[in-house]
Design a protein around this ligand. Structure first.
Ligand code: ASP
Length: 339
């Protein structure tokens, strides 16, 4: 007996959840050379899942790759597929590699409109492990996506029983099953064997119109700060054609004197600069001078609130793509960096 049913339209008797697969460990197996690679089709990914009583599932494959191979244009294509899927479903689930799951979830969240929940999930152990966590995570994701209380929750990640907001979620462990956390208040609920408990609904911010994120996406680079860092990579980003830059700064948003100098130069040349913190929680704030966040803000950099660097890069890319010029892009990104 097949573990899932594959209706193409919503049947009024049962909620319909559309599952879009993209590869990742949840779809991976050991190849002949011993290396683990994405291998399973959408049907194969779903075959291992114990049916959720009273829920219809329709599955389709979007990609079949490790998420470390995905690009922002790929994620844009996925976002289009999610948009279509959500028109005719009560919930959408995306299966995805864990490495870049937080960026994809945030991208999907930035363009998500409407009340259909989108739940992103994956696995830490591949599909042929005796103790594979993928089927369990996917079943939980379907349960959450079909849950009436999840309407209006936006895009979330569901892994190892946790429900985490797309904005806050981050991978905190390379191999452990419980690999995701939301250190800055993004834990929204729990999925237990008997119950789905939602404790909070994330604040929704204005969605970007996906149709305006078209064409070649602008280059945005991330420069990580470390003790004594100089401005080489800031200048290199400009030379490489970046239109935006994320400084993954110290503490509350501080950089070294040379990075400040280089940043002032690229700002004067018209780049948009977002400042994030390499700390795991807490916002950046214009407190310090002599290379601190106050100097960066005075030079025209935008402090990115509680967003971490990889997500700030997604936001800045979308704002530049949708806004066209730096002024409009700044307006578009502001609601997303405000507390
Ligand atoms: N470790 C990854 C995963 O969990 C590989 C990837 O991101 O695709 O799926």
């Amino acid at each position: 007996m097949s573990a899932v049913t594959y209706p193409t339209r919503r049947n009024d008797l049962m909620p319909l959840v559309r599952v879009l697969t993209t590869g990742g460990t949840i779809a991976s197996r050991r190849a002949a050379d011993g290396r683990v690679v994405a291998a399973d089709s959408a049907d194969e990914v779903l075959r291992a899942v114990v049916p959720v009583e009273g829920v219809s599932i329709a599955a389709e494959e979007v990609f079949r790759v490790g998420s470390y191979r995905l690009t922002l244009p790929d994620v844009r294509e996925l976002a289009n597929r999610v948009r279509w899927a959500s028109k005719e479903a009560d919930g959408v689930v995306v299966t995805h590699g864990t490495d870049t799951m937080e960026e994809t979830a945030y991208f999907l969240d930035l363009v998500h409109d409407g009340s259909v929940p989108v739940v992103v999930t994956g696995a830490q152990r591949n599909a042929e492990s005796a103790d594979a966590d993928g089927p369990h995570n996917l079943r939980d994701a379907v349960r959450l996506a079909s849950e009436p209380a999840a309407r209006d929750i936006g895009v979330v990640v569901a892994m190892a029983g946790r429900v985490l907001s797309a904005r806050q979620v981050t991978k905190v462990n390379t191999l452990a099953l419980d690999a995701f956390a939301a250190p800055d208040g993004g834990q929204l609920g729990r999925i237990d064997p008997e119950t789905v408990r939602l404790l909070a609904t994330p604040r929704r911010r204005p969605a970007f119109d996906l149709d305006t994120i078209d064409g070649a996406l602008p280059r945005v680079d991330v420069v990580p700060l470390h003790l004594g860092a100089d401005g080489t990579f800031v200048r290199a980003a400009r030379q490489a054609g970046a239109r935006g830059l994320v400084l993954d700064a110290f503490g509350a948003g501080n950089v070294t004197p040379d990075v400040l100098r280089a940043t002032e130069q690229v700002l004067a040349a018209g780049l948009l600069v977002l400042v994030t913190s390499r700390c795991h929680a807490g916002p950046v704030s214009p407190v310090y001078g002599a290379g601190g966040g106050a100097d960066l803000a005075a030079a025209g950099a935008v402090l990115a609130g509680d967003l971490r660097a990889a997500k700030a890069r997604v936001l800045l890319t979308l704002a530049l793509a949708a806004g066209g010029d730096a002024g409009r892009a700044t307006e578009l990104l502001h609601p997303h960096v405000r507390p």
